[in-house]
Design a protein around this ligand. Sequence first.
Ligand code: SF4
Length: 348
Amino acid sequence: MSESFDARSYLENYDGPDFRIMEVCGTHTHEIFRQGIRRILSPKIRLISGPGCPVCVTPVSFIDEAVYLALEKGCTITTFGDLVRVPGSKTSLAGARAKGALVKVVYSPMDAVKYASAHKEEQVVFLSVGFETTTPSDVMAVKKAMNDGLDNFSILTANKTMPGAYEAMGHSCDAFLYPGHVHAITGTQICKDMCEKGVSGVIAGFTGDELLTALAIAAKKHSEGKPFFVNCYPRVVKDEGAPVAVAMVDKFMQHCDAEWRGIGTIPMSGMELKDEYAAFDARKKFAIPDQKTEYKTACRCGDVLQGKILPKECPLFGKACNPDHPVGACMVSSEGACSAFYMYGGDL
Ligand code: SF4
């Protein structure tokens, strides 16, 4: 009998105390749906799709800043494709492009540097979003632009770190399914510290077997009634993480408060460039005025990301809001909870 078969059987027949576990990684959300894992879980286990998709938690004001740079400052915006359709308070980057703005989709921050190098007459801004996994590559792009003497490249930061989110969301669940790739960078100390504070979790990999095993171990530990932490992805996640990548980020960036779409400001959960690299910080370089506005929307992404409702409980789900016409960020990215529920709805 294989380990995964045991895990599956345990999850199907689980009869312990009710258990709410939150995945905080868009790839986990997507993979759990794709593997049909929700369908086999005992009714006593509830999976909550938390704020792990970088596009989903990027605030409206960030999109407004990017639109401002594109339309008012004539900058060329370089970005991953998912961000282009995320609604701002007035328009999206797709809307800005329709008005003549230059918005280029790139596949890495280094591609944006290459573009800037080949187009010295343009001011090129890369939209730097993501978590601990992707921030090192954003920093490497700044370092490359600096070494190459480029004065037409900068980044607009909305980088985030997970520990603040774990603290803010701890009340929404009984345990976290920690993202393996984030902790491959940060190591395991954060999770151990959370356990000391009474917040439980397991680090999980990304295959079906790895997810089933991590979920089964979490459910079993939960039924024992004490806070727990288990690294279920030790082949990739080491206790010390990736110290070289962490040191490089620390050299260029510092922690700051960050706004999470639909959730609000989480203290010191963001990363921004240090003052000595201000020439590469688009926010400072172009003196972007404060874009925070009262933004009224019927979208309930915030409630979805905090596990208060399922996507299908949003009145717009599948009607006014669908992948072709997303109203909120959770429907834009394929890693977003609403998009995953829409795509794999038959598994619910
Ligand atoms: S279904 Fe659409 S409008 Fe509703 S919460 Fe999800 S993204 Fe927002």
